[in-house]
Write a protein that binds this ligand. Structure first.
Ligand code: F6R
Length: 612
């Protein structure tokens, strides 16, 4: 978490830094700060709270400088106060550091530095790096890059660090370990940032940094080295999306914009995925047909919303490809002794590609011999880079902290994988695959249809704004949809919400129902396995105990016992989650708005969870 940006060039640094931080605020918004390199001294300003507080403080004393670093924080060590906000400086106030991640051995470092006379002013792990770098810079004759290389050798944990020194303010030095950092190459100006969104308005040329690589930028060039100081050749790439993709485009919130982008996101993720011979095209899979045939099982690893996409994948892949699929929270998998080997395909799902829990689980699986396929929305991020293969979802940048379009495209991506495996393993014919693919191709228009008719749902949502708790019920693929609906409501509306498998209701959760409790039941299956009927019995059971029931049902489905029915277009049962999730996203969005919450930046959260 935390967003990091650095600039050096001819213009006043404050503009690219503040604009960059605004684009990175999704990564954390507990405090924000900047250090500007003015002649022989640093100008530092930092404020607890959102970026706006920093901006107000800066208007009073607008500084002039051509280089600087900026930080937006999601607090780990030390509360979200002005004092703990980054940048952190050395005792001379000449060297400033910003940091994303955790320095695990900071207690020892701090004790050693204090014993050498350094005085600390914050409770953060980061401040120890500022003091350490200050000492090392002196012992390396003022060479900040050499000091950084040396410092990193004694740091444990995950980090992106940027440092600037007042004696050479045009030089900014950065390093990354298990945490993102990209370089932006401009015209006589250069940038460093956690995410290309920070500098997309200035340049589309970016450079990837590998693990433990140190980068030094000046207005006229960049230099990348390993920790021994060996020079490395920069790996340049072109950013393919436009800066308008990172703006609200007339919507009141990024989340609403992203909900409305879902038809396009799904269509883009499906684009070019079937060939004239009815074969699913996954160029990125890098598994031979023999390897696919010899797979014994699939393990899906993910967190949060991406985990729900994984749960849905299990229903589809097991049915289509006839192979066992286990789905596990990445944070739990990592600390087990899972039965995984070279005949296991691990699918790691992550929008950001930076989620530390997923990354660590992936490494664990890799060390046991598993093949790793990443499903990811962020080009060149760490998870795809460390995987054997990657299938990119084409959702475009997702800025709102709550995931919407990424979720739908993750489900599409895992379905494509399922169809590919089914075909390669000889379980499905090309004709069967084509049929399902064509039905998937109808989904964008069906999502569009849902979005055109959400107004009554928004109004209905407002009527439930004072409820204490909302329960979601689903069965089969409707169960993960129920979990996703509840997660969205918790994170956005700050309401108690739980998702249950309908069959589990009588095993405990039904005790939660009291007069007026809103229950949202997802009824997406037709009469397959008699599940519609079973869900309608659940509806009657909760209604009999005073619940106010909203049912999400496909067009034409018979519904009894509901106070409100939200109709969604018909689709075969496995494809229904793509449609049934959309009204639940709108419900959570509207609830957050009516309760006066910050929709795009819900409290205590950050978009990219780069700490375990
Ligand atoms: C919820 C949400 C989170 C993420 C989770 C994984 O709306 O966005 O639950 O899904 O933190 O993030 P990624 O997909 O980036 O690994």
């Amino acid at each position: 978490m935390c967003g990091i940006v650095g600039y050096t060039g001819p213009q006043s640094a404050i503009t690219p830094l503040i604009e960059g931080l605004r684009r990175l605020e999704y990564r954390g918004y507990d405090s924000a700060g900047i250090a500007l390199g003015t002649a022989n001294r640093l100008f530092i300003e930092k404020r607890a709270g959102k970026l706006l507080n920093l901006e107000s403080a800066l208007t009073a004393t607008p500084p002039v400088a051509n280089s600087g670093i900026g930080h937006t924080r999601w607090a780990t060590h030390g509360g979200p106060t002005d004092r703990n906000a980054h940048p952190h400086v050395d005792n001379e106030g000449k060297l400033a550091v910003i940091h994303n991640g955790i320095i695990e051995n900071y207690t020892q470092l701090r004790a050693d530095l204090e014993a050498r006379g350094h005085v600390f002013t914050s409770e953060t792990d980061t401040e120890s790096v500022a003091h350490l770098l200050s000492d090392l810079r002196k012992s390396h004759n003022g060479d900040l890059s050499a000091a950084m290389r040396e410092a990193v050798k004694s740091l444990r944990g995950s980090f992106t660090l940027l440092a600037i020194h007042a004696d050479q303010p045009e030089v900014i030095v950065g390093v990354r370990r298990n945490s993102p950092l990209v370089v932006g190459l401009g015209n006589k100006e250069n940038f460093l940032a956690s995410d290309v969104a920070a500098f997309i308005d200035y340049t589309k040329r970016a450079v990837e940094l590998g693990q433990d690589e140190v980068v030094t930028i000046t207005p006229v060039g960049i230099e990348i080295t390993d920790l021994e100081g060996n020079k490395l050749v920069p790996k340049e790439y072109e950013i393919t999306w436009d800066s308008s993709a990172a703006q609200k485009g007339g919507f009141t919130h990024f989340m609403l914009k992203e909900i409305f982008e879902q038809p396009k996101a799904v269509a883009d993720t499906l684009l070019g995925r079937i060939n004239a011979d009815d074969h699913i095209v996954l160029d990125e899979l890098h598994l031979t047909n023999d390897e696919i045939k010899s797979l014994k099982k699939i393990v899906v690893l993910a967190c949060g919303t991406a985990f729900h996409a994984g749960m849905i994948a299990k229903y589809a892949i097991e049915k289509w490809a006839q192979i066992t699929v286990e789905v596990e929270l990445a944070s739990e998998f990592r600390y087990r002794d899972p039965l995984v080997d070279s005949q296991t395909l691990v699918i790691a799902i992550s929008q950001s590609g930076e989620t530390m829990d997923t990354l660590m689980a992936l490494r664990h699986a890799k060390s046991l011999g598993a093949r790793i396929l990443a499903v990811c929305n962020t080009n060149s991020s760490t998870i795809p880079r460390e995987s054997d293969a990657v299938l990119y979802t084409h959702a475009g940048p997702e800025i709102a902290v709550a995931s919407t379009k990424a979720f739908l495209t993750q489900v599409i991506a895992v379905y494509l994988i399922g169809l590919h495996l089914a075909q390669t393993r000889g379980v499905m014919t090309g004709h069967q695959v084509r049929e399902i693919f064509e039905e998937m191709s109808e989904l964008p228009a069906k999502i569009e249809q849902i979005l055109e008719t959400v107004e009554p749902l928004r109004e209905l949502t407002r009527g439930f704004k004072d409820s204490n708790s909302v329960l979601f019920l689903g069965r089969h693929v409707g169960f993960p949809v129920a979990l996703e609906g509840a997660l969205k409501l918790k994170e956005l509306a700050y309401m108690h919400a739980e998702g249950f498998a309908g069959g589990e209701l009588k095993h405990g959760p039904i005790a939660l129902i009291e007069e007026g409790t809103p229950v949202i039941a997802i009824l997406p299956f037709g009469h397959e396995h008699g599940l519609d009927e079973k869900m309608l019995s659940n509806v009657q059971e909760v209604k009999a105990r005073g619940a106010r029931v909203i049912v999400i049902a496909r067009e034409g489905a018979e519904v009894t016992g509901a106070e409100h029915i939200i109709r969604i277009p018909s689709a075969s049962s496995l494809l229904q989650p793509i449609l049934a999730t959309v009204p639940l996203q709108v419900f959570a969005y509207e609830m957050a708005v009516v309760r006066g919450n910050d929709v795009d930046q819900p409290r205590n959260l950050a978009k990219s969870v780069t700490v375990e």
